[in-house]
Design a protein around this ligand. Structure first.
Ligand SMILES: NC(=O)c1ccc[n+]([C@@H]2O[C@H](COP(=O)([O-])OP(=O)(O)OC[C@H]3O[C@@H](n4cnc5c(N)ncnc54)[C@H](OP(=O)(O)O)[C@@H]3O)[C@@H](O)[C@H]2O)c1
Length: 302
């Protein structure tokens, strides 16, 4: 039996989605396109909900479920993170009701405990992907989806995730937060690095946008990082052991001091990574390391 066939049997009344914003509407369309029943849809403002209901052939829709009978076997709460707990508290305990699943990456399944104090039938299902109105058709393709919460429910949702073309990964509460943290490094922290790069150009009278100037190089780097281990993609003065270039950078940072600590901190981390490469000349590494210490700090004793 395929994951779709067995999960269709597990959830004969289909799914309810509450919150038809970016993720909720993508999820509804994807589930519908893969053959699942979307029993009902709800959203604070009716317009988007009505539109998605039209595309998924869903007859029950509105701003809030009128009765529990309107709900499918699983209710996906695709609400802003800070509204999930309040919604669960407002809705309260539903005996013998549907399973409840939220889609936040930050919150654990346990924020849904007001709906099921024992933790049965609650889970979080977080697609590790960015959803916009433009990628609705493709966003679930091969993307990882973490599942955390009631083990039996997670096992059943795993089949649904597989059937919609994504990759399920069952995690505990701690691992879920760790995944969120790890994502911050590769996704969120790219933005301040672009910001630093732009300010350094501007501080030095270069009237070109960083994203234009470095776009081709960044694309190449990201391509490399998506297909090779990070150390193998390293280029630049640190991996070459070029202490003179680092000195020039530090001189320029005298005029942009706010970026100096970050440059040194990332320099140390990059050096550590470069040192994992076997066939690299490491003779100037202690010289490099000395340059990355905070200003006016001596090299600590070995
Ligand atoms: N978008 C992503 O890339 C992404 C990826 C992974 C996980 N997630 C998670 O998915 C969840 C939703 O994110 P999103 O980006 O889809 O947010 P969003 O685009 O802002 O959509 C949230 C939807 O919830 C509706 N809503 C808000 N309060 C409501 C309430 N009390 N009752 C009914 N509907 C209500 C909003 O209605 P209105 O139209 O009236 O504002 C809106 O349509 C979040 O937990 C987020 O962390 C999002």
């Amino acid at each position: 039996m395929t994951p779709f066939e067995s999960s269709r049997q597990m959830f004969p009344r289909g799914f309810t989605i509450i919150g038809t914003g970016r993720l909720g509407s993508s999820l509804a369309l994807r589930l519908h396109n893969k053959g699942y029943l979307i029993r009902s849809l709800y959203n604070r403002s009716l317009a988007s909900c009505e539109r998605i209901a039209g595309s998924t052939g869903t007859e029950i829709f509105g701003t809030y479920p009128a009765t529990p009978a309107e709900l499918g076997d699983v209710v996906f709460l695709c609400l802003p993170d800070d509204q999930i707990a309040g919604f669960a508290e407002k809705t309260g305990l539903l005996k013998d009701g549907p399973a409840w699943v939220h889609t936040s990456g930050a919150a654990p399944a346990e924020v849904l405990l007001p709906l099921s104090p024992g933790g049965t039938g609650i889970a979080s299902m977080h697609p590790v992907q960015t959803f916009t109105a433009r990628n609705r058709e493709t966003a679930f393709n091969q993307c990882f989806v973490t599942l955390q919460g009631d083990p039996e429910l997670c096992g059943n949702l795993k089949k649904v995730v597989e059937a919609i073309g994504a990759r399920p990964i069952i995690v505990d509460r701690h691992q879920k937060t760790a995944i969120h943290l790890a994502a911050v490094f590769v996704c969120n922290y790219m933005a301040p690095l672009f910001h630093a790069s732009q300010e350094l150009l501007t501080d030095n009278g270069i009237e070109v946008r960083s994203r234009d100037l470095f776009g081709p190089m960044v694309r190449q780097t990201v391509e490399g990082l998506l297909s090779h281990p990070p150390a193998e993609v390293l280029t630049g003065p640190i991996v070459r052991g070029d202490a003179g270039t680092i000195d020039q950078h530090l001189d320029i940072l005298e005029n942009s001091p706010k970026w100096d600590p970050l440059y040194r901190q990332l320099g140390k981390v990059t050096l550590r990574l470069a040192r994992t490469l076997e066939e690299r000349d490491s003779s100037s590494d202690s010289e490099l390391y000395r340059r990355f210490l905070p200003k006016n700090q001596d090299v600590p004793d070995e």
